[in-house]
Design a protein around this ligand. Structure first.
Ligand code: ARG
Length: 255
């Protein structure tokens, strides 16, 4: 737990550290699929997925605003240092769309616990489908989709190809058994009791999502933290998007 908190802090203080993790060609794909316990996403399957240059994931809230994790950025203000890559599952694809940031808005009051959301404004809009966010708790249940270019196993390398997996909802009460420090109002957990499937380092900021009643993808979580990756009885912890939806929308309107 202590190590984990330290890792979170390192990521918050200097997302640069994560950027230093190189995107290796995945010769090891067959042995170690991305996310943990995942499979390759098809080109265009999750068009709203974004890879951020500091080594995090994100999603298109609008065509010009990326929703990510607060611990992936280091404060709010003008910021042209982040590059968003979109439109591809292969980060090395020649058809990747790359756009720089102009501004960052970190969740007001973020102090390393809970409130793990942030917005990044892009220099130009990206003409791709966006991912709508859950505005109430009605979708905070069931099976969720996770996706990212992060490590395929605890301590593993960042991935070249987008990986995806499905994880079930875990109640706050069950999640608190693993993590007494869980902020139940602001965090939502997901994972299998036996472990084996999870997000991992480098997936942070990316979306956890599901189908809504109309069959559309809807975002319920933002990859935040966990004890290791995919360990039995230690679910992944995600920012609870529905809790922050109104604030996220209002903030986006000011960017
Ligand atoms: N904090 C990590 C990151 O910066 C995400 C860890 C997610 N861990 C987990 N077991 N679900 O990429």
């Amino acid at each position: 737990m202590k190590l984990l908190r330290t890792l979170k802090r390192v990521a918050a203080a200097g997302a640069v550290i994560l950027a230093a993790v190189s995107l290796q060609p995945t010769t090891a794909f067959a042995a170690a699929p991305p996310v943990v316990g995942g499979t390759r996403a098809a080109q265009g399957e999750f068009p709203f997925m974004v890879r951020l240059s500091m080594g995090c994931g994100g999603s298109l809230l609008t065509q010009q605003i990326v929703l990510t994790a607060a611990h992936c950025v280091s404060g709010s203000g003008n910021n042209t240092s982040i590059t968003a890559t979109a439109g591809v599952v292969d980060l090395q694809s020649a058809s990747a769309i790359r756009v720089r940031s102009t501004k960052v808005l970190q969740a007001p009051g973020y102090n390393g616990t809970g409130k793990d959301w942030a917005l990044i404004k892009l220099a130009q809009p990206i003409n791709l489908p966006t991912l709508k966010i859950a505005e109430d708790a009605s979708y905070d249940n069931g099976d969720f989709q996770i996706a990212g270019w992060g490590a395929a196993r605890e301590g593993g390398a960042q991935q070249r190809y987008l990986l995806k997996a499905t994880v079930p909802f875990v109640s706050d009460a069950d999640c608190q058994r693993a993590y007494p420090e869980l902020v139940g109002e602001e965090e939502i957990c997901a994972g299998l009791p036996r472990g084996g499937v999870d997000t991992c380092q480098g997936d942070s900021g990316g979306p956890m999502f599901r189908r809504d009643n109309a069959g559309q993808w809807i975002q319920v979580g933002i990859v935040s933290w966990g004890y290791g990756c995919a360990r039995p009885n230690y679910p992944g912890v995600y920012a609870e998007v529905s809790h922050f939806a109104a604030e996220i929308k209002a903030s986006a309107a000011t960017l």
